[in-house]
Design a protein around this ligand. Sequence first.
Ligand SMILES: Cc1cc2nc3c(=O)[nH]c(=O)nc-3n(C[C@H](O)[C@H](O)[C@H](O)COP(=O)(O)OP(=O)(O)OC[C@H]3O[C@@H](n4cnc5c(N)ncnc54)[C@H](O)[C@@H]3O)c2cc1C
Length: 391
Amino acid sequence: MNGVVIVGSGQAAAQLAISLRQGGYAGAIRMIGDEPYPPYQRPPLSKAFLKDRPSEETLYLRPAAFWKDRDVVLETGTAVAAVDVARKRVTLAGGVEHAYGTLVFATGTRARDLPLPGVKLAGVYSLRKIDDVRRLRPAFDRAKRVVIVGGGYIGLEVAAVMRQEGRDAVVVEAEDRVMKRVAGETVSQFYQTLHRGRGVDIRLGARLGSIEGEGRASGAALASGERIAADLVLVATGARANDDLAAAAGLECKDGIVVDDFARASAPDVYAIGDCARFFSHRYGRAIRLECVQNAIDQAKAAADAILGKPKTYDPVPWFWSDQYEVKLQITGLLDGYDAAETVGNPADGKFSVDYRKSGRLIAVDAINDGRAHMLGRRRIAADLPEAVRA
Ligand SMILES: Cc1cc2nc3c(=O)[nH]c(=O)nc-3n(C[C@H](O)[C@H](O)[C@H](O)COP(=O)(O)OP(=O)(O)OC[C@H]3O[C@@H](n4cnc5c(N)ncnc54)[C@H](O)[C@@H]3O)c2cc1C
């Protein structure tokens, strides 16, 4: 056998290698990542790492030596360019081939393209990886005013850092409220009040028309015709799955590599885990693709179990967090389609939670500065939406 080859070296890839070794897997493990760093955690990139500038090593999930000690071959700065599922081989960008017994895609996501004039100008950035922060940080240091396109959690986390550093921040959001994709109305209102109170200029229902500038971004033009001057523009309009490689190899993909309850993709001995995978949630009754650390870790564990011959259905209650100023948001479950929302506590106190129900069943809980409500929420949702399928 030719062992396990993992494409990608992020959160999910790291967990898979760890879980395989912990589970007694003695074969070869090769982890191939196109970034020049050992596996690291991304969440601090828009939070403490951006603000406090600790060394990159603080982001590493394990010290670099850990992988060697566990006999995991880590190839960094190396992209996998092609996969041949019939011959069970991967080809690296330089042409080198590796055979595999089991192949795992852990390729994550990339910033979604924004097909608008000016997005390729100097001074326009996105924020997904360490190298983005390396470029962004000096630009932020020179900037007095920053336009952030997208009022999702990454855009808002960066806006919070900007205000804490005394820079002007304008958030341009096309929807009628911030974080609409992940949070309910009361929570969006709370964050709009919080940010505006700290001096962020939030524009709702505002569509970006173009980014303006002669060679370098000097501001944003809204579809309404309004112009907002800025020293730099951060585009934070979401991510799309890195599934092109898998699609080119003939695997079924639908904004994500389609996998079953055990993280198995549509070819023998091929798996996909983490942000790049789309799977059926029996709890929620639909196919989902999650972008959170919980999923990267837990789906990697599920894939390891399956590779080790002990498959267990992966059907999580997803959870996620965001840090903005001194406020911690913890989101459990998926709220879309809710028909009733109940707020517990008072948003004005800065500590509250919201229960979301659909046909009487608890489907999601947002908790603001309330870790207890979050932990309870996870258990309550699991009880109300039990796993439908077991191995
Ligand atoms: C700024 C930011 C803040 C975040 N904050 C939070 C948070 O607060 N809470 C939370 O739960 N989640 C957060 N997330 C999401 C979380 O980081 C991801 O869900 C998690 O990293 C997913 O892990 P992954 O291994 O699937 O993908 P990733 O960690 O993205 O790793 C995928 C890796 O594969 C590499 N790759 C892709 N294609 C190839 C190829 N062909 N060859 C080789 N390598 C390849 C990529 O470059 C990347 O290094 C945040 C993400 C970002 C970007």
